[in-house]
Write a protein that binds this ligand. Structure first.
Ligand SMILES: [Zn+2]
Length: 200
């Protein structure tokens, strides 16, 4: 709507908050009117991330920065491919948590072996607390050799350095779930996963 996304433009962020605030107040009005607990949910978009993009492409064509990928980034998240610090990501996404009481998630992708760096995790948890993030996670990959039990966090590991086995279980968090394999995810969600960058 403004030519830039909310991770890079204050104008886009202000508009995003206006839109979601409007949704929130409409939901509140409906709750009052019908005496039901309507709420606004920041969708994790397991299926919609691809479905909506496809439908929008059909109506509007391929628009640069909007429908030129086969997925939409989840809800209020800064686009998955945008390079920024965990702090910037938290600052931009946190205000939406207050508005989406039906559910939301904040995550930070980290690289390296997190088991050897608990301070990094604790810093991110402090950050979530500071910005009043409702629910959050720290994503890091974990490989486990199914033959001998060796574990590490190397990228694209396909042979166990200890026993040479190729039976490697790769643990990744793609949505709200920990998945050992990405075989069952749809193309849109896999494309999103492949575009994710590490937040430094
Ligand atoms: Zn092994």
């Amino acid at each position: 709507l403004v030519g830039k996304h909310h991770g890079e433009s204050e104008e886009a962020q202000a508009l995003g908050l206006r839109i979601v605030s409007h949704m929130r107040s409409r939901a509140n009005e409906f709750s009052e009117k019908y005496q039901h607990n309507f709420s606004v949910l920041a969708t994790p978009a397991e299926g919609l991330s691809g479905k909506f993009t496809k439908a929008d492409r059909k109506s509007f064509g391929v628009l640069p920065g909007i429908t030129d990928k086969i997925y939409y980034t989840n809800s209020n998240h800064v686009p998955v491919y945008y390079h920024c610090s965990p702090r910037h990501k938290a600052k931009v996404e946190a205000p939406y948590h207050e508005l989406t009481r039906g559910g939301h998630i904040f995550y930070v992708e980290i690289d390296g072996d997190a088991t050897h760096n608990p301070e990094a995790i604790s810093d991110i948890v402090d950050l979530m607390d500071k910005y009043n993030i409702g629910y959050g996670s720290v994503n890091h990959d974990r490989n486990r050799c199914m033959t001998c039990g060796y574990e590490d966090a190397q990228e694209n590991l396909d042979e166990c350095p200890k026993c040479g086995s190729h039976d490697i279980d790769k643990l990744q968090r793609i949505t709200g779930y920990l998945v050992g394999t990405t075989d069952r995810w749809n193309n849109a969600k896999l494309a999103e996963l492949n575009d994710r960058i590490v937040h430094k």
